[in-house]
Design a protein around this ligand. Structure first.
Ligand code: FAD
Length: 393
């Protein structure tokens, strides 16, 4: 027996993007349902960096104070050479940074961020959270949107936002495209500080870079845990296979790095690997009363640490657009995508380019890159203004 449920506003996906959207949409006076495929809401056991363009949004959503209790406020973003062990460049995140952007750069455990959003959603009686609902499709039918789930349940909603991530089903309405595999793979996780001997400064976010590889390190959860991500390009990549980017390749790649990097790699969890994907930007992600948000709309490589930040920028822009256009949801969705598509496409493309810049193996390119990096001062924010300075709320 199939059920059809009438709801005013529906969000597909209860990740960071979906839950933040629920909080934003209710600020415009609407009630929302969030459909999540997993039996429980949650996030993976690794860290996330949030720049001021994201912390500003979290503040407007009313969750920044809760998050700040667990977050770490690093002093610098540092680029190190993974082979020579030398510092290449740094961006100071101190007072001048805070004054310029008005909000801090923070690092935290993903589950702390997700839990703060989830707690705020649970405390909001305009938000209904539903688990075990795998959304298969969404289609405009007259003044409504019909959403069909794999268990046969259908929802009739006034509007739908697809925040269902990289492998989004909602996106199929707009494009037949597939995620693009970068042939890079990540191993990541946060481990208790007591179990490791960090060789790096705990006040910094450190990125060690080298040809076809990098390692990112920073503390999370009030410095109780240490988050590490190793990333490398596999030379054994095979389409439609999981037999590449193995732990053995990880050891081959990092085996000749400097001692602190080799030491750090011994603490990396090897049970699970994450192949790195993005997609090409698309020119339309809105149809009638359906739109996309976050990775469903614009998945990007993680090299600028901006995928989640861009999802939060989406939330701010969409919330303001819904506020501005009142009951005209279609107009609000169109205005939102008009603003967000050029912005997110630029960040997607820049993330790819930044990856090439970091991972180059060409000797001349490395020499020039390191000269450029050495020539800039830690208080020169002209490079980060375009990324961290955007505000919608
Ligand atoms: C190694 C790595 C490091 C990163 N580091 C950073 C960083 O430091 N800073 C940063 O800002 N970003 C970072 N990112 C990117 C960031 O993780 C993502 O951009 C962000 O999580 C996207 O959030 P989302 O809510 O759009 O999608 P997701 O987090 O993927 O959430 C989608 C949700 O939808 C659910 N779902 C999926 N399909 C369906 C369906 N059919 N029906 C119902 N529910 C469904 C999923 O279960 C999930 O809960 C990183 C990414 C990687 C891979």
């Amino acid at each position: 027996m199939t059920k059809e449920i009438n709801v005013p506003f529906l969000i597909v996906g209860g990740g960071i993007g979906g839950l933040a959207t629920a909080l934003g949409v209710t600020q415009t006076g609407r009630s929302v349902h969030v459909l999540e495929q997993a039996p429980e809401f949650g996030e993976i056991g690794a860290g996330i960096q949030l720049a001021p363009n994201a912390t500003a949004v979290l503040d407007k959503l009313g969750v920044l104070d809760a998050i700040s209790e667990y977050a770490v406020f690093p002093k610098r973003l540092v680029l190190m050479d993974a082979f020579t062990g030398k510092e290449l460049s740094a961006l100071s995140l101190g007072e001048a940074f805070l004054e310029r952007y008005g909000y801090p750069y923070i690092v935290l455990h993903r589950s702390d961020l997700h839990k703060a959003l989830l707690d705020a959603c649970r405390a909001n009686d305009q938000i209904t959270l539903v688990n075990n609902q795998v959304v298969q499709s969404a289609e405009n039918v007259g003044e409504k949107v019909r959403v069909t789930c794999s268990d046969g349940t259908t929802y009739l909603s006034g509007a739908v936002i697809g925040a269902d991530g990289l492998w989004s089903n909602t996106r199929k309405l707009f494009s037949p495209d597939k995620p693009v595999c970068s042939q890079y793979v990540a191993y990541r996780g946060a481990i208790p500080m007591s179990e490791i001997t960090p060789s790096a400064d705990l006040d910094d976010v450190i990125m060690w870079i080298g040809p076809n590889l990098h390692l990112v390190q920073y503390p999370v959860r009030r410095k109780e845990l240490y988050n590490q991500v190793v990333v490398f390009k596999s030379f054994r990549y095979k389409e439609d296979s999981d037999d590449w980017g193995t732990p053995e390749e990880l050891d081959e790649h990092f085996g000749t790095c400097c001692e602190p990097v080799r030491h750090a790699v011994t603490f990396i969890q090897r049970q699970r690997r994450w192949p790195m994907y993005d997609r090409e930007p698309i020119g339309n992600w809105t149809a009638g009363r359906i739109t996309l948000l976050g990775d469903a709309a614009h998945p990007m490589l993680q090299y600028l640490a901006q995928g989640g930040c861009q999802a939060l920028e989406d939330v701010a822009c969409l919330t303001e657009s819904l506020r501005k256009y009142g009951n005209d949801t279609e107009k609000a969705f169109l205005a939102y995508q008009e603003e967000r598509i050029p912005r997110t496409a630029e960040v997607q493309r820049s993330a790819r380019l930044w990856g090439e810049f970091l991972h180059t193996g060409d000797a001349m390119a490395i020499l020039l890159r390191n000269r450029i990096l050495a020539g800039r001062s830690a208080d020169d924010f002209s490079v980060s203004d375009w990324l961290y300075g955007r505000r919608y709320m």
